[in-house]
Design a protein around this ligand. Structure first.
Ligand SMILES: Cc1cc2nc3c(=O)[nH]c(=O)nc-3n(C[C@H](O)[C@H](O)[C@H](O)COP(=O)(O)O)c2cc1C
Length: 449
C-alpha cells in the first residue's frame, strides 16, 4: 500500500522505530537544526519536535531521509526504484477533487495573517537572514496552458503577508513567473507544507515542462491525488497536506533575500529576489510543520532520486543497469552496470555526464559493487581503475550553474572502475559462504553483558 499523507508517513516511521520524539522545549532558532544535524550524522532517524518555543505547531523533519523510505511511500521494491519510477511516470492519473479537506480545518485570511507568528520561525545556519520556510512546495499553473507544476523553494519569512523567494528560469516555476510578469500579472501560488510523499517526490523531479506534476504524483503513488480548491487563489492543492500558504508573486517587485546556508555547505549571498504576498494560511487543526535542512540527508535523498532517474533514462538503452547511487553529494553519480564490453563503460560515462548539467563526476562500477556505499565505490576505484586509460576529463563543460562558484564547476570527470573484460577471472571478487545469515549477536558477548 502506498503512503499518501504526511501523517501516515510519520506513523510508518514510528512503526519501524525510525521516528524520534523530542518532548523538551527547543529553540526554533539554531537549536532545532543543530539537533537535526547531529541526528543526520547517525542514526539519521526522523524527528518530531513536540514543543519548539513560541511555535504555533509541532515540527517534523528528516522524514524522507532514506531511499528505502521514499520507495516505501510509493510501494516500490527499493531494488526496482529507478525502472519503476520511469515506468509509472507515463501513467499519469488525474487528480480527484474534494470539497472539504483536512488542510482547510483552520483558515487565517488576508489582513489577520502574520507569517512571522503563524508559521514556525525556524532559523537554520549562523549567517542566515532569518527564519525560512525550507520544506515548502510551490504549486503554480502555467499561465498559458494551465498545467500544474510543483517545486521546492526556500522562502524567507519577512513578516506580515510577505515572503521572499528566488524563482528563475530554467526552473519551471521561474518560467511561469517570467511569463506572468511579462503580461504585467501576478502569479497565483500556493506553498504546501507537510505534503503527501508523492508530491514531495514530484516537486523535486525534472519531468518535462508540459507534464502536469500533480497528475504525475498520482501516477507515482498509484492512486489519484486528492485536491481541494484554495480559499483565495485559483489553484487546487493537496487536500491531505498539513498547511498551505496561499498567495501571489508580485510582478515587477524584488527585495533583498539571503544570505542562506545552502546544500553544498556554503551560503547563497544576498540577492534581489521575488516577493510572495500571502492571501491566506490554511491548515489542519493539529497541523505538523515540516522542515528540511538544505544539503542534509532528507534534501539529498529527494534530489538524488530525481537525478538518478534522469541518469537512468539515458543509460538504460546502453547497458544493463544494476542501480545508480550518489553517496556523499549530488554533483555526480555512481553507475553500477553488468558490463558486456570495455567500450560500453565509456558510452555509459558519456551518457551519464550528459544526462544532467550537475553530473560533474561520474564513476562506473561493476554490478558486484554497491553504488550507494562510498567505501565499496572507493574500493572499486583502488582495485579496478586503470588511471592511464580509465580516467576521462571533459574540459570546459559547465556543471553547477551558480555564477559566483562557476570556476570550481567547470569541466567534467569520469572514472571507469570496472574490471577490464580480459581480467574478469583474475580479478573476480572473493566470497564468504554463509555471511548473509550471520547475526553477530548470536556469536559474540561483550564484557558488560
Ligand atoms: C528541500 C528542497 C529545497 C529546494 N529549494 C530550492 C530553492 O530554493 N530554489 C531552487 O531553485 N531549487 C530548489 N530545489 C530544487 C528544485 O525543487 C528542483 O530542482 C525542482 O526539480 C525544480 O522543478 P521545476 O523545474 O519543475 O520547477 C529544492 C529541492 C529540495 C528537495
Amino acid at each position: 500500500m502506498p503512503i499518501t499523507t504526511f501523517r501516515d508517513l510519520l506513523a510508518h516511521l514510528d512503526a519501524r522505530g525510525e521516528l524520534a520524539r523530542v518532548k523538551r522545549p527547543v529553540d526554533p532558532a539554531y537549536e532545532l537544526i543543530a539537533v537535526l544535524r547531529r541526528m543526520q550524522k547517525g542514526p539519521n532517524d526522523a524527528l518530531l519536535f513536540d514543543a519548539p518555543r513560541g511555535s504555533p505547531t509541532p515540527v517534523a523533519t528528516n522524514v524522507m531521509s532514506r531511499r528505502r523510505t521514499l520507495a516505501a511511500t510509493l510501494d516500490i521494491d527499493p531494488a526496482r526504484m529507478l525502472p519503476e519510477m520511469v515506468a509509472r511516470e507515463s501513467r499519469t492519473l488525474p487528480c480527484e477533487a474534494v470539497e472539504r479537506a483536512p488542510v482547510q480545518q483552520v483558515v487565517i485570511e488576508g489582513g489577520k495573517l502574520d507569517v512571522a507568528r503563524d508559521v514556525p520561525q525556524v532559523v537554520h545556519c549562523e549567517r542566515d537572514a532569518g527564519a525560512y520556510v525550507t520544506a515548502g512546495i510551490f504549486i503554480a499553473r502555467d499561465p498559458a496552458t494551465g498545467v500544474y507544476n510543483a517545486s521546492w523553494n526556500r522562502a524567507q519569512l519577512a513578516g506580515g503577508d510577505r515572503m521572499r523567494v528566488r524563482m528563475m528560469p530554467p526552473q519551471h516555476l521561474g518560467q511561469y513567473q517570467a511569463a506572468a510578469e511579462a503580461a504585467g500579472k501576478p502569479l497565483p501560488c500556493a506553498v504546501v507544507i507537510g505534503a503527501p510523499p508523492a508530491v514531495m517526490i514530484a516537486a523535486a523531479s525534472k519531468i518535462p515542462y508540459e507534464a502536469d506534476e500533480l497528475d504525475t504524483a498520482g501516477a507515482w503513488q498509484g492512486r489519484p491525488l486528492r485536491v481541494v480548491p484554495c480559499k483565495t487563489v485559483p489553484l487546487m492543492v493537496p487536500a491531505d497536506a498539513e498547511m498551505v500558504i496561499e498567495g501571489e508573486v508580485v510582478p515587477g517587485l524584488r527585495e533583498e533575500e539571503g544570505p542562506f546556508g545552502e546544500f553544498m555547505d556554503g551560503y547563497v549571498e544576498v540577492g534581489r529576489n521575488h516577493v510572495f504576498r500571502a492571501t491566506a494560511l490554511t491548515r489542519r487543526e493539529d497541523a505538523i510543520y515540516h522542515v528540511i535542512l538544505a544539503g542534509g540527508t532528507e534534501d539529498l535523498a529527494l534530489l538524488s532520486l530525481m537525478l538518478q532517474t534522469e541518469v537512468y533514462k539515458r543509460i538504460q538503452p546502453i547497458a544493463r543497469v544494476r542501480d545508480i547511487g550518489m553517496p556523499g553529494q549530488i554533483l555526480g553519480c555512481v553507475v553500477a552496470i553488468e558490463k558486456t564490453s570495455d567500450e560500453q563503460a565509456r558510452a555509459v560515462m558519456l551518457a551519464a555526464m550528459a544526462a544532467h548539467p550537475w553530473m560533474k563526476i561520474v564513476i562506473v562500477v561493476d554490478a558486484d559493487v554497491d553504488p550507494h556505499d562510498s567505501e565499496d565505490v572507493l574500493w572499486a576505484i583502488h582495485t579496478r581503475c586503470r588511471p592511464d586509460s580509465g580516467v576521462h576529463v571533459a574540459p570546459g563543460v559547465p556543471s553547477f550553474p551558480r555564477a559566483d562558484i562557476k570556476p570550481v564547476h567547470s569541466g567534467k570527470l569520469a572514472i571507469d572502475a570496472t574490471v577490464p573484460m580480459s581480467m574478469r577471472d583474475v580479478l573476480k571478487r572473493r566470497r564468504f559462504p554463509g555471511i548473509e545469515s550471520i547475526d553477530l549477536a548470536d556469536y559474540v558477548t561483550r564484557p558488560s553483558s
